[in-house]
Design a protein around this ligand. Sequence first.
Ligand code: SRM
Ligand code: SF4
Length: 561
Amino acid sequence: MNAPLHENELIKRRSHFLRGTLKESMADALTGAISAEDTQISKFHGFYQQDDRDHRQDRREHYLEPYFGFMLRARLPGGVCTPAQWLAIDGIGRTLANGTLRLTTRQSFQYHGILKPNLKAVIRGINKVMIDSIGGCGDVNRNVLCNPNPVESALHLEVYEWAKRISEHLLPRTRAYHEIWLDGEQVAGGEEQEPIYGETYLPRKFKTAIAVPPHNDVDVYANDLGFVAIAEDGRLVGFNVLAGGGMGTTQGDRSTYPRLADELGFVAPEQTLAVAEAVVTTQRDLGDRHDRRQARLKYTIERMGLDAFRAEVEGRADIAFAPPRPVHFTDQGDRYGWVQGQDGRWHLTLYIESGRVADRPAHTAMTGLREIARIHQGDLRITPNQNLIVAGVPEVRKGDIEALAREHGLLAEGHSPLRLQGLSCVALPTCPLAMAEAERYFPQLLARLEQLVQKHGLADQSLVTRMTGCPNGCARPYLAEVGFVGKAPGRYNLMLGGNGIGTRLTRLYRENLDEAGILDALDSLLGRFAEQRRPDERFGDFLIRTGILRPVENPAEDYHD
Ligand code: SRM
Ligand code: SF4
C-alpha cells in the first residue's frame, strides 16, 4: 500500500509506549484541555476529552474555551464488582465527576464531566479498589464481555474466569499508566516491550465477548473476536470461535457497514489464549494502518477472505480448528427479577433506564444502589444491556434487597416489555460524535411506542428496540428488531428486521424520519403484524417472512441499499 500511514500511527509511535506528553498536559493549569496528541493517547488510559455540547454556543459567545470534561471508562471483565468496589465507584462519581454513573453496553461503567485537576484522583480512586481503566478505550482489546447471570453457576464461573484471563492476556504491558497516574517507578528508556502489540498497538479498537448459549446477551456476533461456550453436562468443553463482527459505520461512506462475525471453528479451552493472541496479532500485522475507517478486523477479513484468515490464525496459534459445534440462542436481553442459582442463592436483575445511574425524583438509582451495596454480601454484575444484577443473595436477605430496590425504583415491575428490552447510547450532551439525541430522548419515544403496541394488542410482545445518536452503533441498533440510528437533530434512520437473538442484521427501512414519521411507519407495520403474525412469531421474522423486508445477505452492499 502506498498511502501514508494514518496520523494516529505516528502519534502512537512517538508516544513512547503510551506516555505522550500526558504529564505535561496535566500540569498545564492554563487550560481545562490536554494537548491534541494526548487526546489520542489518553484513550489507551481509559479516558476521553469531551466538552459539554449543551454549553458550546454559550461559551463561544462569552469567548470562553469549551466546557471541557473527561469521560473515564473502566476495565471490568464480565462486569463483575464487589459491593465495596461499588461504594468506591459511587463515591468517586458523586465527588469527582458529574454525580452520575453510566453503565455501558460493554458491561463497564463510565464517569462523565471529570475536570482535569480531578482526573488523577479518579484513576487512583478506582485503582485503590483494584479496578483500572487500562485499555478501556484505544487501539487495544477492550473490556471483555461475558454472560453476567450466575444461575448456571459452575459453567458461568468457568467462563467468567476465561473472560478475565483473556482480558489480562491482551492487556498492554507498558508501565505508562502506573507511572503517570499511580506514581509508579519510571521505566528507563528502551527497556519496555509490548510482546503482543508492539509499539504502535493495533490499527483500531478491538472487542472480545464470550456468550453462554442459549443467551446471547453479549451480542457475540458484534465483536471482533467472539467465543461461544460449548458445555457438556454443565462443564465447559471448549468454544466456537468467531471473528470479524462490528457495528460501526460512517455516514455517507459506502465502504463502511455493520457486519456479523464469521465462525472460525471449535477449540478446546486450553487453546483459548493462543487463538485470541493469534487473532490479535494477525490484525496487528495485516490490519489497515492507513485508513482508520477500514481498520477494524471485519475489513481485514473481507480483504483476506475467511479461509485465508482462518489459516493464518491456525498457523500463528499452532492449532487446527475443529468444525464448529451446533449452538442455539433464544434471546439477547436480560432476564429480570429473581432467579435462583444452583447453590440456592438468589440473583436479582434490576432495570436501569439507559444505564444511567442517577438520582431523579421517581427513580433514585444512585442512592438505591448505594444502599443495596451497603448491606449486600455477594457481588454486583453489570449486564451488556446496561442493567445491574445483585448476585449471590442468601434467602434471608432477599426481602431487604427487594425492599430497597422497590423503594428506589429499580425493579422491572411496572415497566413494559418494550421498555425493558430497550437500549440507547449516551449521545448528547457529552458524545462529540452524536448527530441526534439518544439517552435523553429514548424514554419519551418509548412512551409513544408503548401506546402504539397497546393500540395493536401487542403490549406483551417482546420487541428489542435500540437507539443511537449516530451510525457508530454503540447500542448495537443493527442487531435490534427495531433500531433508530440518529442522522440529524430529531431525525433517525429506521432499521428493521433483527431476529431478537442477535444473529441477523437489520436493514434500512426508512431514512431520516422525525418522530411523526417513525410512529406512522411503525403504526402501519405493527398493525399488519398484529393481524397476520403466526403464533410466537417475532416482529423481525414476520417482516422477513412476508417479504416486507429482504434479509441482509451481503452487508457491504445491503446496508446502503
Ligand atoms: Fe461506542 C465511540 C460510547 C459501546 C462503536 N462510543 C464512542 C465514544 C467514545 C465517542 C468518541 O469516540 O468520542 C462514545 C462516548 C460517549 C459518551 O459521552 O460517553 C461511545 N460506546 C459508548 C458506550 C458508552 C455506549 C453506551 O451507551 O453504553 C459503550 C461503551 C462500551 C464500553 O464499556 O466499552 C459503547 N461502541 C460501543 C459498541 C457496542 C459494543 O461494543 O458491543 C459499539 C459497536 C460495536 C463495534 O465496535 O463495532 C461501539 N463507539 C463505536 C464506534 C464505531 C467503531 C467503528 O468500527 O466504526 C465509535 C467511533 C470510533 O471508534 O471512531 C465509538
Ligand atoms: Fe456517540 Fe454515536 Fe456512540 Fe451514540 S452511537 S455514543 S452518538 S458515538
